[in-house]
Design a protein around this ligand. Sequence first.
Ligand code: ATP
Ligand code: MG
Length: 558
Amino acid sequence: MDNTELTEPLNFVENIVEEDLRTDKYEGRVHTRFPPEPNGYLHIGHAKSICLNFGIAERYKGLSNLRFDDTNPVAEDVEYVDSIQEDVKWLGFSWDDRLFFASDYYGQLYDYAVQLIKKGKAYVDDSTAEEIAAEKGTPTEPGVESKYRSRTVEENLRLFEEMKAGKYADGEKILRAKIDMASPNMHMRDPIMYRILNAEHHRTGDEWVIYPMYDFAHGICDSIEGITHSLCTLEFEVHRPLYEWFLQELEIYSPQQIEFAPLNLSYTVLSKRKLRKLVEEGHVMGWDDPRMPTVSGMRRRGYTPEAIRNFAKRIGVARRIGLIDLALLEYSVREDLNKKTARVMGVLNPLKLVITNYPEGEEELMEAINNPEDESMGTRKIPFSRELYIEKEDFREEAPRKFFRLKPDGMVRLKNAYIIRCDKFIKDESTGEVTEVHCTYFPESRSGSDTSGLKAKGVLHWVSIKDAVPAEVRLVDRLFKDPTPNEHKEVDFMEFLNEDSMNIITAYVEPSLKTAKVGDRVQFMRKGYFCLDKDSSEEKMVFNRTVTLKDNWAKRGK
Ligand code: ATP
Ligand code: MG
């Protein structure tokens, strides 16, 4: 994969937009919106929708609004309103001064409801939720008309006003659209427009006790804002006739609703309800846990906005639902971090290495290139001394011929330093574990001025023990071990939680990292990309593994 893939042909939504521009359907306007409900944090599926909506506005020099669909005070909260704004901005998009809330329009929505009542197109129903459900019919059988359906306009107006005035308890009455109880589309069988909820709203407080339903509110909000293309996920396709019905009956400006396939990602759950369960039951540290597929989780883990936007371009936008491989997202992250991050040395699983012919107490500074992909990132100095840590897995007592790391009598290069030869190793006989490796170094083999003529195939990373900084490293991995945790009928998705999704170890990192700031990303050479976590303090650095250098799951998934 390379960047040519990122300039893809138009997706089907862009084709529609271009056609509408050509025929001047909206006087040359392109205006989209992203309409989250503030009842949870945004996830990577929402990021796809954000990239689509704001991306189209950017591409066609149009506008995109951020509109909170805050019509259910029971589930919603300002914490979510704030996090959503932060996430959209972080992804690199701007709604400028067009931040709206469905609750901004409660007055207008009420007036429109009154208008429909006056037109004989809406009525107040006293039926219980059970009665309404029983009368709804099935997809193959028509529903039954409610006995309250024939109320007069005057009575409906009075009752609706009383509902608004707080005369009734939750559930006592609802306002319904009067459409067709025999419609083959269940959504057209006199859908609910308003319900009574004696609940405090995070923006309107106790001003309202009746709240509009999504289907009634959404199209009207789109209409008020002059949206041209109202993009939503496929499950709303069956709601489209209703979206259009309200706007037609009210005789107001009508945007077009276009449905696209939601993102469905392997090894991941993307429903807010399920994500909330993970948070509330304590399986993760919070909505921004680095294992979560939330935008805030991915940010904390070290993903970049560019990587996420490139991923969104790669997956495209289509009408048909498919399963996207999580490896593609990880690929996009690696590709971006490869260009941007410094290569540093960190030993995750230390084994002590002593260079027996290196003078005790001596130290020298080795020059290291920060990023071979980008010279402008400069160089830095790394201390080298007699006692080092190398990675345990980089030494084998009994190694196959093709093992080019360290083995008895073998030679390797220490990155940015010298070629060494292994003379001896010390083993704890009770455990069989190698605890120390003794080597000699070749002074003429110093990196950058090597005159030794020696050859070493393997290159190992290392840290000088007395200079190294211990750091907590969270080996973040996939949260689920099954490619499709949602799709097992008999087994709950929670059964597929990966118990190894975040093993915590103490690693030793080079001292240059002491100045790293929360959110800084680096590549630990040969080990992966890591990001300094907000749990870091003066006393302790905490790194999250952002992504490994290679896809370790490719084999497992098959
Ligand atoms: P969830 O189903 O995860 O609870 P939601 O659809 O209820 O999410 P909303 O806040 O209503 O969440 O979503 C805001 C916008 O994001 C909607 O336009 C919705 O269609 C879109 N969206 C939600 N999930 C996805 C997804 N997986 N892929 C693409 N777009 C999505
Ligand atoms: Mg929704």
